[in-house]
Design a protein around this ligand. Structure first.
Ligand code: NAD
Length: 392
């Protein structure tokens, strides 16, 4: 089997995924990288010796020898870069979120349909051990039929990761609710077996708006931007983005199309960084304690009682190697297999669109005083094309 020849567009923090994908002799290698930033290209030269380095992604797409492209550019550029890639006849891996508006997502899906180029969206959480474990428990019927899902997202490093660059600006993300929650809303949809129909939310910029140590407009984040010890408590943060206008805390209620009721809460100034899921069915409840390999998911389903630490079943989250609890390596395996063979994948472009659409609706709601907002339906021909595995 020859190596799949990959191009990478965008070589910033998420370059780790490109490094994961570079497996010469083992199925895939990165042969070209496009990034307008010379510092990014210098990092790529060090990480991926021999790869062709260009500033403009159009130059990369003109190469005849690239089989598939991994898009790792900022969220607001996904539509442009992804549609250019698909129109160039290349399979595209697009990092999540698929876009920053529902319309952008729909245009990407439409171009995939029109061109027949394969589209894959990087929802790596679907390959995380903790998520797959919870899904397996539900599939085995251990908690009965899912009725409600509650997700608490403690984004402990949020001040460092999301308030010092483009992430902090509505024009580049819509909201952090969409930016971060696209993952968990997707997982929540997957666990519940439905998609959001209506969202209602509150949110605010409670803490980081009070930090006065700011970058100048347009200034890049400082070299010491990530420092969990120094940047605590949250009001001790330094070098926050000049334009920051996104919320740092939000609470969301969702009604899904199968009747499941869900809640998602996100906070960027917690001391700890992890996600806590509770899924309640009509015959039991599950909850994860920690989300990294070695953490546990507990299930209570045998009887009623006060809180019992000794649950009726307790499952360890499987141990795996690599970034995001092993999910980065697994998602690249799935993408490469999909490029070669097509067929079913655990991630789904339609599900990616539905998670963005739910995040957009929730953001509209929280900026309209909590008024419920409906999620627009996906056009029938696009839904059918993707349901058939991107085959005409
Ligand atoms: N799935 C995950 O777990 C996960 C984790 C982190 C980031 N992400 C996503 O990955 C993407 C990249 O995030 P990041 O943190 O690496 O951002 P970043 O800002 O660190 O890097 C983005 C890079 O893209 C380059 N770029 C911008 N426009 C470009 C273009 N037209 N052509 C080529 N390069 C271009 C920039 O110069 C920069 O080097 C985002 O969509 C983000 O949401 C996903």
């Amino acid at each position: 089997m020859h190596d799949l020849r990959l191009g990478v567009i965008g070589y910033g923090l998420r370059a780790s995924l490109a490094v994961t994908a570079h497996r010469p002799g083992r199925g895939s290698r990165v042969v070209a990288v496009a990034d307008p930033d010379p510092a990014a290209r210098a990092r790529a030269a060090a990480d991926l010796p021999g790869a062709d380095l260009v500033a403009d992604h159009h130059r990369l797409l003109e190469r005849g020898d690239v089989d598939a492209v991994v898009v790792l550019t900022p969220d607001h550029t996904h539509e442009q870069v992804a549609t250019d890639t698909l129109r160039a006849g290349r399979a595209a891996f697009v990092e999540k979120p698929l876009g920053i508006s529902t319309q952008e997502c729909d245009r990407i899906l439409a171009v995939a349909h029109e061109t027949g180029s394969r589209l894959y969206v990087g929802h790596n959480m679907r390959h995380m051990g903790v998520v797959r474990l919870m899904r397996d428990i539900i599939a085995r019927g251990e908690i009965g039929q899912v009725q409600t899902v509650w997700v608490r997202h403690f984004v402990g490093h949020g001040g460092d990761y999301y308030f010092k660059d483009w992430h902090a600006q509505r024009r580049h993300t819509t909201s952090l609710l969409l930016q971060k929650a696209a993952h968990d809303i997707d997982v929540l949809h997957w666990l519940a077996g439905g998609y959001t129909e209506v969202a209602s939310a509150f949110g605010d910029l409670r803490v980081y708006g009070r930090v006065t140590d700011r970058l100048a407009p347009g200034e890049a984040k400082r070299d010491d931007w990530f420092d969990p010890a120094r940047n605590w408590p949250p009001l001790a943060q330094t070098g926050l983005d000049a334009e920051l206008d996104v919320e740092d805390v939000s609470v969301v209620n969702l009604r899904l199309d199968n009747g499941v009721l869900a809640a998602y809460q996100q906070c960027h100034f917690t001391p700890d960084y992890w996600r806590n899921y509770t899924v309640i069915g009509d015959a039991g409840r599950l909850e994860n304690f920690g989300d990294q390999p070695g953490a546990v998911v507990k299930v209570w389903n045998a009887r009623r009682s006060d809180y019992r630490a000794d649950a009726d079943a307790e499952y360890p989250v499987p141990v795996a190697e690599g970034g995001h609890g092993g999910a980065d390596s697994l998602i690249m395996d799935e993408f490469c297999r999909f490029v070669r063979e097509g067929g079913h994948t655990d991630t789904s472009p339609v599900a990616a669109r539905m998670s963005v659409a739910a995040g957009v609706a929730a953001t509209a709601s929280l900026r309209a005083g909590g008024a419920p907002q409906s999620v627009p339906e996906l056009a029938g021909e696009l839904a059918a094309y993707f349901a058939a595995g991107q085959r005409r």
